[in-house]
Design a protein around this ligand. Sequence first.
Ligand code: TYD
Ligand code: MG
Length: 476
Amino acid sequence: MAKDRLSFVCEACGQGYSKWQGQCTECSAWNTLAPGQRHDLTEAPTAAAGARAGRMASLAPASSLQALSDIAFEDMERQPTGIDEFDRVLGGGLVPGAVVLLGGDPGIGKSTLLLQAMASILKISAQQSVLYVSGEESAGQLAMRARRLGFDGPVSQQLKVLSETSLEKVLQAIELAQPNVLVADSIQTLYTEMASGAPGSVSQVREVGYQLTQWAKRTGNAVFIVGHVTKEGALAGPRLLEHMVDTVLYFEGDAQASFRVVRAVKNRFGTVNELGVFAMTERGLKAVTSPSAMFLSEAQLSGADTGRVHEPVSGTCVTVSLEGSRPLLVELQALVDDSQVPNPRRLAVGFDGQRLAMLLAILHRHAGIACFDQDVFVNAVGGVRIQETAADLAILVAVVSSLRNRPFAKGCVVFGEVGLTGEVRPAARGLDRLKEVARLGFNRAIVPAANAPKTGIKGIEIIGVRRLSEALAHIS
Ligand code: TYD
Ligand code: MG
């Protein structure tokens, strides 16, 4: 049978094509096709290809047919890294044999976080052996960073580092050092002779990822793989690696702001959408253990907290959003202004712009408030991204407050989803949200009626509403 000769490969998912096309039919990414050959289909049967055939076997060891109830298993023992915010996104700690992919923009702090995590693991238990492989920095640069982070004494003696880009040499070093935890920083700089292409190409990323994963599964040791994110915001070769590894973490944040957030997007050993919050300081990343008030502007914090008293301003509203298992208080700001253009602008920063358009239509139809001749801008303070519909009501309150130029009551929090018929729908875990609101010193909350607890919460006046119009009646 004639071999399929593929001459273009999608850089994102590895799908091969015989002709160039603008969009990859497999993963829908645009402009990702590059000249190249999918090695598993086109390569001549060399010794390397023969060896590869064995490695194309599944990552999980083969097992025979069994009833699920007959299978003996042990509860996974987790090794905490000792950095609580990081353990939280890992689902409680590192599981033996786990492969964790940490993605993020260059300079966001991936190397810093992992170096700190490794030092912390050694601090907890001197029996651990840790190897940090860097293909990006020299050993001298790593040592300088470690000094800056304040590592000294036994930790700096036990932390083994290797500056190397050849995977074969890395594997040799692993045999010698026998680490329990390995860091590969970054997958784009490592290359293997087993695959063709330049470091960072699809075939290299796939092969290096595969070999590191195999090592982890075979030996039961944990691996962290660092991956850079492409301009489009996806991990280079994301599909290739994401299905292979157990946990995918993204390091996000505003390069200008000092706050950084680690988010789990896939975790075979824990829940996803957990957040770990850090601040970048002069001496590395510091965990922010109570981040709930971090996305409020100073004006929203009570005078006692900041020592200053602010006049209430119009166009802002505080909501409480549930990111992972933790409620976060987020301030939403709106600016509604007479439009000078035929198509008034709608811009949402920090949440879905389509949803803003929908909410404005609901506002018109069910509360009689029109914005069709107004530009509407909405922003979530602090660079946070809100994915929850529970912020709907607060967005509309901020918009109405700006439109009428009337400040919304200070110390008041709003949440609830707004439906197309103008009803206010309950949010998940309303009680947890309200407790956090009370803890931070807010004294009033406008919430979906179904979320208002019958017994009330001390120190906070809770107003349950069923419809959008009812909620808006409370703000004028
Ligand atoms: P780094 O961990 O090298 O990023 P990545 O590995 O994701 O590319 O982080 C580099 C940035 O962090 C750099 O801009 C300097 C800053 N930084 C600090 O502010 N404080 C520190 O203690 C360290 C080590 C880095
Ligand atoms: Mg780095």
